[in-house]
Design a protein around this ligand. Structure first.
Ligand SMILES: C[S@@+](CC[C@H](N)C(=O)[O-])C[C@H]1O[C@@H](n2cnc3c(N)ncnc32)[C@H](O)[C@@H]1O
Length: 199
């Protein structure tokens, strides 16, 4: 798949929700990836356990189109939603709808003037707090140290760190599937910082 340019999440265009609300099966747990890109992680999860629903929120429309086509082709229960994760979660989901939330490799926006575009902050934490079930789990992974620190300060003490306060999860990715970016980081030998939270 061709990987396109980033979009600026601060563009006023993204303030209005234009996506499609996913159809969730009653009684089936839902797992949510925020910033899913090609949704490799969710497709692999869905192949492992198709009894669950998998939703990826993604701000890039071309990636949403790609995931819709792949879901049709594979028949796996993966649905993308075109939206801005910091703004639209409450328009898309019922409170507590997600049994798990994954934040896999958020965009780093390395240039200092672009730091304001970073997704992991107190606003995203509040949106995750809304969508995560009362016994839900939040998993975060990044290969960028600054983003790992942003995640610690955004998610604690709101969620309970399963490795201890302000401590990284050292036992690797527990799910047995990898995102596209995770695969790339591992294949190129980049360090990966992980965090596992529960309520
Ligand atoms: C570096 S990619 C990682 C993709 C995937 N999670 C992985 O690990 O391979 C980050 C993704 O987050 C999306 N994204 C960035 N800001 C977003 C936002 N505010 N709302 C939804 N998606 C966002 C980007 O478009 C991009 O596809």
């Amino acid at each position: 798949m061709r990987v396109r340019q980033h979009v600026n999440p601060l563009d006023v265009f993204f303030e209005t929700f234009r996506g499609t609300v996913p159809t969730l099966r009653a009684g089936h747990p839902m797992e949510l990836e925020i910033g899913c890109a090609d949704a490799q992680f969710l497709f692999e999860r869905a192949a492992q356990d198709p009894s669950r629903d998998y939703v990826g929120v993604e701000i890039r429309e071309d990636l949403v189109d790609y995931v819709v086509k792949k879901a049709k082709k594979t028949g796996l229960p993966v649905q993308p939603v075109w939206c801005h994760a910091q703004l639209h979660m409450k328009q898309v989901f019922a409170r507590g709808a997600a049994s798990r939330v994954y934040v896999n490799f958020p965009d780093p926006w390395f240039k200092r003037r672009h730091h304001v575009r970073r997704m992991v902050d107190a606003v995203l934490a509040e949106q995750i707090d809304y969508v995560l079930a009362h016994d839900g789990e939040l998993f975060v992974q990044t290969d960028v140290w600054d983003i790992a620190i942003d995640a610690l300060s955004a998610f604690e003490p709101r969620f309970v760190n399963q490795a201890g306060e302000w401590t990284f999860w050292k036992q690797g990715n527990p799910y047995g599937v990898r995102s596209w970016r995770e695969q790339n980081a591992e294949e190129t030998g980049l360090p990966v910082w992980r965090l596992l939270y529960r309520r």
